[in-house]
Design a protein around this ligand. Structure first.
Ligand code: TEU
Ligand code: CA
Length: 548
């Protein structure tokens, strides 16, 4: 029944609000996605992760759900989802949906009932205290909000419009099973489980000590019953389907990943770990910007690549709807995106794990080019600006940090062509299209053999051709100490993939190929026309297949 299809998949993340608008109201929708399936098929991916499309007041763009079993009318109807699934399966594409069950919307019927009185049967679906403790949430502010009707406080680890569910209550767990079952029966192939390692909280609700950020973190991350809850969900529902789960796990380490994804434990198929996205910040908080050093990135990647050699599985990604765009990140020059976009993809996607490409990454979409930070509308950005303004920070630091970290950067409409609204819509979109759509767009790049898009296509094709090496190949970092080059091999016996990438904007010499005399060599990818045995061009990336 269960196969490991997810280990060979290449997954493409769609942020529905910004992908494709079919009815010209300025908002992406399900029919829009259907109309672009041939594009995705042609790109070569074989699975889509769809960010939330459920009914939602959109306080957090759908990560605040008011009805799990209904579709947000801005995206369409349940029949449109059925059509999407059908059209995807026809094309041999799988679909995983976002499962956001750490919290609901405050407009969910459960919460509306729960807050009316302590005796209401839904009251215990949420987490209440007479007095708040000192915890702060992920958006920087206090994690408790007062509810006058019951004279209590409810817990919300995100915005106050996102009350946390009480997983201690068996009824809540049954509801979650019902939701999963509903979508699996519809033909969905799995779930991306939002902040899944927050669902179990230490029931003592002790005050936290860290005074700076995420106060109380150690009491709400990887709580005491996390593994039990996941095993229960598997036993009762997931194990009956050939589906996969990817847990979004925040602040997890290698040991956590092993426990969560060890096949024999039946918890999650894989997780997203964020350590590598934190090498350019302090304390895992992106607002606290830190100078990027390649060595630090490699140390994190090595740690997990070596650590997950024999058991455990994770995701390989560097963009998503919460991250800034990668163009211009990691100290890479924005003006050299023609090379760096291809270099980054080569450097990351041949690591061991399942690749995730975020919409627009394949054409090198960039951060939102705002003049003023008042243009940002994301709930996290708005909440964080308020908090930052209370702290002893200069306005210029706040501006720089917000421009760098706002999630709106990744959420601008997909750039399909150079028309007024970039082929995304014929109506002004909910979030402004980037000015560079005239240059950076799918239509242009499909025509241009040397484009980022065509490089991604080629990379994906090759990834699939070398499936065994990608799944099983033993990882070795060949230059762990270099601050310029990231070079590694994935080896199975006398066969290997060799990845050579240069993170610097100047030529860098190396002697790595001397090691492989006697091997036959085939160059599979190169973001330059030329190749030299002894150096890499600025931002050059090469993938070589070697065999004896
Ligand atoms: O993100 C969880 C999470 O940790 C983020 O809030 C993260 O701290 C921040 O976005 C980094 O910029 C998930 C979803 O991916 C996010 O979109 C939701 O807002 C959040 O959960 C709440 O559901
Ligand atoms: Ca629409």
């Amino acid at each position: 029944m269960k196969t490991n299809w997810f280990k060979d998949a290449i997954i493409y993340q769609i942020y529905p609000q910004s992908f494709m608008d079919s009815n010209d109201d300025g908002i992406g929708d399900l029919k829009g996605i259907v109309s672009r399936l041939d594009y995705l098929k042609d790109l070569g991916i074989n699975c889509i992760w769809l960010s939330p499309i459920y009914k939602s007041p959109m306080a957090d763009n759908g990560y605040d759900i008011s009805d799990y079993l209904d579709i947000n009318p801005i995206y369409g109807k349940m029949d449109d989802l059925k059509l999407l699934i059908e059209e995807m399966h026809k094309r041999n594409l799988r679909l995983i949906m976002d499962l956001v069950v750490n919290h609901t919307s405050d407009e969910h019927e459960w919460f509306k009932a729960a807050k009316t009185s302590k005796d209401n049967p839904y009251h215990d679906y949420y987490i209440w205290r007479d007095k708040p403790n000192n915890w702060t949430g992920f958006f920087g502010d206090k994690a408790w909000t007062y509810n006058p009707e019951t004279n209590e406080y409810y817990l919300h680890l995100f915005n106050k419009a996102q009350p946390d569910l009480n997983w201690e209550n068996e009824k809540v767990r049954e509801e979650v099973k019902k939701i999963c079952k509903y979508y699996l029966d519809l033909g969905v192939d799995g779930f991306r489980c939002d902040v899944i390692n927050l669902i179990s909280k230490d029931q003592n609700f002790k005050n936290g000590h860290n005074k700076l950020i995420l106060v109380g973190k150690k009491y709400f991350i990887n709580g005491p019953r996390l593994h039990e809850y996941l095993q229960e969900l598997n036993k009762d529902v997931l194990s009956n389907y050939d589906c996969m789960t990817v847990g979004e796990t925040v602040f997890t380490n290698l040991e956590d990943i092993k426990l969560l994804t060890d096949e024999s434990r039946n918890e999650l198929s894989m997780v997203f770990n964020f350590d590598h996205t934190s090498v350019d910040n302090y304390l895992g908080v992106k607002w606290l910007m830190r100078r990027f050093k390649l060595k630090r990135l490699k140390k994190v990647l090595d740690h997990y690549q070596y650590g997950l050699k024999d058991s455990g599985w994770y995701s390989i990604f560097y963009e998503n709807h919460d991250q800034r765009r990668s163009v211009g990140r990691f100290n890479l020059k924005e003006s050299k995106a023609f090379y760096t976009t291809k270099m980054l993809a080569t450097a990351f996607y041949f690591l061991k794990g399942t690749p995730y490409i975020y919409q627009g990454e394949e054409i090198g979409m960039t951060n939102l080019d705002v003049e003023s930070i008042d243009e940002f509308i994301d709930v996290e950005t708005v909440d964080v600006i308020k908090v930052m303004k209370k702290l002893p920070l200069t306005m210029s630091y706040i501006e720089k940090s917000i421009k760098n970290g706002s999630r709106d950067n990744a959420r601008t409409p997909m750039q399909w062509d150079d028309s007024t609204y970039a082929g995304f819509s014929n109506h002004e979109p909910w979030l402004r299209v980037n000015h560079n759509k005239d240059v950076i767009n799918v239509k242009n790049q499909l025509k241009d053999q040397s484009s980022t898009l065509n490089y991604f296509k080629k990379l994906i094709k090759i990834y699939k051709e070398y499936q065994i090496l990608n799944r099983e190949g033993v990882y070795k970092d060949l230059l762990p100490k270099s601050n310029s080059l990231f070079c590694y091999e994935r080896r199975c016996g006398n066969e290997l993939l060799l990845v050579l990438t240069n993170f610097k904007d100047h030529k860098v010499k190396h002697k790595l190929l001397n090691k492989y005399q006697g091997f036959k060599q085939k160059i599979l990818l190169n973001n330059y026309d030329n190749f030299d045995n002894s150096y890499l061009e600025p931002y050059q990336a090469i993938l070589i297949y070697l065999s004896k």
